[in-house]
Design a protein around this ligand. Structure first.
Ligand code: ADP
Ligand code: MG
Length: 604
């Protein structure tokens, strides 16, 4: 028999093992997710390399993951037909910590130890292969790499500072390719070897691993078997009916064990959009987000990147897939504009569901109503909020996602059915206005989506494009008046001259409207002009006449100013009125009357 060689763990690994083995971490089941994701990675690597070297796949069977468990003895076998490991790789991969996620974990752990310690870090960061020791006190890894003609066994125990490696010689255990992990569970954790438990965990954690995961399950089928009859009974039968000899049967359940395909290998976002129907998208939406209404719109897309293996971004692009949805209604009861913890975006990494807690990292607050799934190949499996916040990849993803969300909303606005967008606007218009304030970079995308009532459309809201189309040839600016309702807007004396000239005026009747518009400043090179401010220039100055009038009424103005004193800044002759004798206006640089109302409301 070949020799058994003993190796010492790298110091960090020992420390990590010690922590894992002795931790009181309660969510031990993450071990399965970590080990399956390693198996999936190994299959991914093989699949990738086989593109240029098809020989690699020869004689190794299908690319899959098989989990067989023995609940009586507390043993779990996880076998993949992936890339495997050579002897050197076993030492490098399972004896040292190369992995950035795990070293980050150690650092975070050290920081939190200083601050009192936190067991939840294991789940947050993921401890990779070593998570096997959360539940097992002995782990055996038998593995064969296509680079080597030998298969090796790695063995480690929970409370040891060393591990062993030896050659596999048992012909029954020789794999064509890949890796088999055998976990000998701790006494208290033997329950994890229950096939039904395994099945449930696989369904929960790895529903979207793109390789089939089979679990070894007890199955049964019913069959009819003939039964011996009571002789007296049958004699009686014979006498009754001599020609037809009836046989009695009984239904029994025949039990057997077989592989059960436990995961759905083709998640909907990986399918070709041409082959997915609107009903499919809607079903997925309703199932995933517990909605009962169909969404208003959906968008399915792939962002393609260019890579060198192993996943080095070469052209500043990132690959991910996503399906986004606009819900039909805004969530009731809670103000999710202010509270963006909406769990609306489900993040997957390599098909493995990671979290629905990262909405804020993937979308700006004002788009928090958008729901969907995002699946990236470029993020680490143990991705945390900190990683997301620092990641350049995430910044690119965020940009693309936002752009796609805008395209989707624009799509609704261009629907033949005007009601669709009216519905959208009613539910989420406020969000877009908030966007005008918070997201300068996307003003160009936001502005065409805004809707307002106007002096020429008091019942149906119009877009800025419709306003611009309706502008007079000599008109340079977009006029608006802010008020608390359409009625009060349409009754303001400021409108008189503009109505007379048939100039359209937008009515900003939602308190946030005016702030949004002042943030936009202009649309298609046309400035937004508040018609209640002094200095309103309608391009119709008659200087001769103005001079005349100023001379005639100058003293009247002075007299009024004297009487009003500090209550007004100045009293001026104006050409903006046609029927009202006078109007109170705000200064060019002052708050508009509406803003002042808003400010007052806020300080109360
Ligand atoms: P990570 O997966 O983040 O690299 P792990 O601790 O989970 O960290 O695994 C360490 C390394 O061990 C992997 O990078 C891989 O090289 C190797 N490894 C683990 N499991 C397998 C497997 N089933 N097949 C091949 N290699 C594996
Ligand atoms: Mg891993």
């Amino acid at each position: 028999t070949p020799p058994v060689e003993k190796y010492e763990y790298q110091a960090e690994v020992s420390r990590l093992m010690d922590l894992i083995v002795n931790s009181l971490y309660s969510n031990k089941e993450v071990f399965l997710r970590e080990l399956i994701s390693n198996a999936s990675d190994a299959l991914d690597k093989l699949r990738f390399l086989s593109v240029t070297d098809p020989e690699l796949l020869k004689g190794g069977g299908d690319l899959d993951i098989r989990i067989q468990s023995d609940k009586d003895n507390g043993i779990i076998n996880i076998t993949d037909s992936g890339i495997g490991m050579t002897r050197e790789e076993l030492v490098d991969c399972l004896g040292t910590i190369a992995q950035s996620g795990t070293s980050k974990f150690l650092k975070a752990l050290k920081d939190s130890k200083d601050a009192g310690g936190d067991n939840n870090l294991i789940g947050q960061f993921g401890v990779g292969f070593y998570s096997a020791f959360l539940v097992a006190d002995r782990v055996v890894v038998s593995t064969k790499s296509p680079k080597s003609d030998k298969q090796y066994i790695w063995q480690g125990e929970a409370n040891a500072s060393s591990y062993t490696i030896q050659e596999e010689t048992d012909p029954e255990k020789i794999l064509p390719r890949g890796t088999r992990l055998t976990l000998y569970l701790k006494r208290d954790d033997k329950g994890f070897a229950h096939p039904e438990r395994i099945q449930k965990l696989v369904k929960n954690y790895s529903q979207f691993v793109s390789f089939p995961i089979y679990t070894w399950q007890e199955k049964g089928y019913t069959k009819e078997v003939e039964v011996d009859e009571d002789p007296a009974e049958s004699k009686k039968d014979e006498q009754d009916d001599k020609t037809e000899k009836k046989k009695k049967t009984k239904t029994v359940v025949e039990k057997y064990w077989d592989w059960d395909l436990t995961n759905e290998t083709q998640p909907i976002w990986l399918r070709n959009p041409k082959e997915v129907t609107t009903e499919d998208y809607n079903e997925f939406y309703k199932k995933t987000f517990n909605e009962y209404l169909d969404p208003l719109a959906s968008s399915h897309f792939t962002n393609r990147g260019t890579y060198d293996f192993p996943l080095v971004i070469t052209k500043g692009e990132v690959e991910f897939r996503s399906i986004l949805y606009v819900p039909a209604v805004a969530p009731m009861g809670k103000d999710d504009m202010i509270n963006p913890k909406t769990k609306n975006i489900r993040l997957h990494v390599k098909r493995v569901f990671i979290s629905d807690d990262f909405d804020g990292e993937l979308f700006p607050r004002y788009l928090s109503f958008v729901k969907g799934v995002v699946d990236s190949n470029d993020l680490p499996l143990n991705v945390s909020r900190e990683i997301l916040q620092e990641s350049r990849i995430v910044r690119i993803m965020r940009k693309r996602l936002v752009r796609k969300a805008f395209d989707m909303i624009l799509g609704i606005s261009m629907s033949e059915n005007r009601e669709d967008y009216e519905k959208f606007w009613e539910n989420f218009g406020k969000h877009l206005k908030l966007g005008c304030i918070e997201d300068r970079e996307n003003h160009k995308r936001l502005a065409p989506l805004l809707r307002f009532f106007s002096s020429q459309s008091e019942d149906v809201m119009i877009s800025l494009d419709e306003y611009v189309e309706n502008m007079k040839p000599e008109q340079k600016d977009i006029y608006y008046i802010a008020a608390d309702s359409v009625t009060s807007a349409s009754n303001t004396p400021f409108l008189e001259r503009l109505l007379q000239k048939e100039l359209e005026v937008l009515y900003l009747v939602d308190p946030i409207d005016e702030v949004a518009i002042t943030n936009l400043k202009s649309y298609k090179d046309k400035n937004f002009i508040d018609i209640s401010k002094e200095d309103l220039d309608l391009g119709d100055k008659n200087e001769e006449k103005e001079k005349e009038i100023k001379q005639e009424y100058g003293q009247t103005c002075d007299w009024i100013k004297k009487r009003l004193g500090d209550k007004v800044a100045s009293v001026q002759i104006s050409n903006r009125l046609s029927t009202s004798p006078c109007v109170l206006v705000s200064g060019k640089f002052g708050w508009s009357a509406n803003m002042e109302r808003l400010m007052k409301a806020q300080t109360v």
